[in-house]
Design a protein. Structure first.
Length: 221
């Protein structure tokens, strides 16, 4: 039996842009198709943090976005900032908003998806809804617009928890997979050239002053 071939991530030609910077952190915009951190395969070393470190050698990753997801991320520039920001994410003190286009017309103007998630080990990196072994996962959504011609809905998403693939699997589980999703929306993957999921807003506390810092990244689709 032949060994499975490693997945080599195609080179992302779109640049990482700096949205905000001070002495302690950066807010950056990650393009779709770029890893947040290096992959295991030697050919998958190009990623957001390695690019940022070329100009900011002390930069440290705080959180991640899926390779296919675009949008705003915070990068720490020193050890104290890294510890402070990590604690904010662990204690769920950050404010995160995403925008997505999903298949189908979502009827409710707003709602909550509360479905437990765990890793689908035989099919990693896929996750699955599991009421017995899954960890609590909650997503709030609000409708931005509906497109009856293309049979799609644009939604704003607020993840209360931060489980892997949470937004993708939650939306797919209520019958509205995100367009372009190769994991949980393969029947509608062909309807978009990329995953139509973007991290558009991030609110954090400045590690030095404690003041609330709001970052915004316009949705590119």
């Amino acid at each position: 039996m032949s060994k499975p071939q490693p997945f080599i991530v195609p080179l992302c030609k779109e640049a990482v842009s700096i949205l905000y910077q001070d002495n302690d952190l950066l807010l950056v915009n990650k393009p779709s198709g770029l890893l947040s951190v290096p992959g295991r395969h030697p050919d998958n070393k190009d990623c957001l943090i390695s690019r940022v470190q070329k100009d900011y050698p002390t930069a440290r990753i705080v959180h991640r976005l899926d390779m296919d997801t675009s949008g705003i991320m915070v990068i720490a520039l020193n050890a104290d900032s890294h510890r402070h920001l990590n604690r904010q994410f662990e204690q769920r003190k950050t404010e995160k908003r995403y925008e997505a286009i999903v298949h189908g017309i979502v009827e409710s103007d707003e709602g909550e998806i509360d479905l437990p998630i765990c890793c689908d080990w035989p099919n990693r990196p896929l996750q699955k809804i599991d009421y017995d072994n899954g960890k609590s996962a909650k997503t709030l959504y609000e409708i931005i617009s509906r497109d009856s011609v293309n049979h799609t809905t644009r939604v704003k998403l607020k993840p209360i928890t931060g489980r892997s693939h949470q937004l993708r699997i939650h939306l797919a589980s209520i019958g509205h997979p995100i367009l372009g999703c190769s994991f949980y929306g393969r029947k509608v993957q062909h309807l978009a050239e990329r995953l139509l999921l973007h991290a558009c807003e991030l609110g954090i506390k400045n590690p030095l002053t404690g003041a609330t810092l709001h970052g915004n990244s316009p949705t590119p689709f």
